[in-house]
Design a protein around this ligand. Structure first.
Ligand SMILES: [Fe+2]
Length: 425
């Protein structure tokens, strides 16, 4: 029924998804608000809260001693600073942000009650923090709005226990993602890696403006490091005007849409599967060299590689056997223990006998897939767990093993797995 309603919604929406026609007065106004006009079509729909803050905050680009906290303002000159305090107690610091003006020229209108992404002028804020203590979690709050706050944890020393979360294909406008987060976040991850398809204009039921309030619990829990999926390029300029404006430079090295982060001696690499990852491609060269360099470090434990389109899946999307044939041995040689895939809206776990555990984690809230459509692919007898259910995966890393817990939107544990770790030197 949900799929039928979506098809109806999509077919009804042709021609109104992303044009720049006059928006009228949707969203209204109030005595404590200012309205933001684009000057291109007379749109005056954006209601800017009295605080001047429109999205966030969130943290990214975190290593042992530094981090960045970003938020978006819809009015210039808001109080651009955060108060930051160690979670375990300590002195408060106030760190100013740098404000960058950005002009959005098109309004994206959803169906239903979600707010449009109004054209207009926005102001990205970034507070760059340095001199932090390794392995320490910090709380922060915006000076301009005490209700907008979050936390992040600096990279932990190798061997120190930590927890992280993986999720993919989050379409919170469909009403399930908030329950997934409510189920998984109590396990207190340091940070979240996302397998891509962060937001879905094509569901016609959400915008970035509606995405942020629903996803704020995840953003406030810890740093956010997403992969790029096909839904980040649904509309012209969506990647640059939204996904990368918000989450660009989430990690280190690489390029605009691929990067790495690390914590606890574990290295996390993401590549952008909307661009080539075949042997000899810039991303493949970077990934191979990065994995080899990380694996030679004295503090190295293992790697996680995450990306959007799967190398292996028995569900209703394409696989990529050529990339698997090339990258599989690289992963095995460099002690990649987990390959996280998305795009197929369900869950899969493959245990191939050696090398990484391949996981498909695309159940973050988008319409669920047929996870068995391609069950006749030759490697599908290595798929040891699967299901068309919504979920996130929480990974707990300690001195002896990594434990994965797959939690659905009702709090039910749908799968668990573990990988043993070599003793610390
Ligand atoms: Fe996708």
């Amino acid at each position: 029924m949900r799929r039928a309603l979506l098809i109806l919604a999509i077919s009804s929406a042709v021609g109104c998804g992303n044009d720049a026609t006059t928006a009228g007065s949707a969203g209204g106004g109030g005595s404590s608000s200012t309205q933001n006009s684009t000057g291109t079509g007379g749109q005056a729909g954006l209601v800017c809260d009295a605080t001047g803050i429109s999205k966030g905050p969130w943290a990214l680009h975190v290593d042992e001693t530094s981090a960045r906290v970003r938020w978006e303002a819809c009015a210039p000159g808001s109080e651009g600073a955060i108060r930051i305090t160690p979670e375990e107690g300590g002195d408060e610091q106030i760190v100013d942000s740098v404000e960058s003006e950005f002009e959005l020229t098109k309004t994206a209108y959803p169906l239903g009650d979600a707010p449009p992404d109004w054209a207009g002028t926005y102001y990205m804020h970034q507070a760059s923090l340095s001199g932090l203590n390794p392995g320490t979690c910090y709380n922060y709050v915006l000076v301009a709005d005490a209700e907008r706050k979050g936390r992040f944890c600096t990279a932990r020393p190798s061997g120190e226990p930590f927890t992280f979360m993986a999720i993919g294909d989050t379409n919170p406008g469909l009403g399930v993602t908030d329950d997934i987060l409510a189920s998984a976040l109590p396990m207190n991850p340091d940070f979240t890696i996302h397998g891509g398809d962060i937001q879905y204009y094509s569901s016609f039921l959400e915008t970035w403006a509606s995405w942020f309030p629903i996803m704020q619990p995840m953003l406030s829990q810890g740093a956010f490091s997403p992969a790029i999926g096909n839904h980040e390029i649904e509309n012209d300029e969506e990647l640059s005007e939204y996904a990368l404006r918000f989450f660009g430079e989430a990690g280190f090295d690489g390029g605009e849409t691929y990067h790495q982060v690390h914590s606890g001696g574990v290295w996390f690499f993401t590549v952008n599967t909307e661009e080539p990852i075949s042997q000899g491609s810039p991303q493949a060269i970077w990934l191979q060299q990065g994995l080899e360099a990380a694996s030679k470090r004295s503090d190295y434990r293992f790697s996680v590689v995450y990306f959007h389109r799967p190398l292996l899946t028995c569900g209703d999307v394409a696989d990529d056997p050529a990339a698997f044939d090339f990258l599989g041995p690289v992963f095995e040689d460099t002690n990649v223990l987990f390959v996280l895939q998305a795009h197929m809206h369900g869950y899969e776990r493959f245990e191939l006998g050696s090398g990484p555990t391949y996981l498909t984690s695309g159940g973050g809230g988008g319409v669920l897939s047929d996870v068995d459509l391609a069950i006749d692919r030759e490697y599908c007898d290595s798929r040891v767990a699967s299901g068309a259910f919504y979920h996130a995966i929480v990974f707990e890393v300690d001195s002896a093993e990594v434990r994965g817990t797959v939690i659905d939107h009702e709090g039910t544990v749908q799968d668990t797995f573990s990988r043993g770790l070599a003793p610390l030197p």
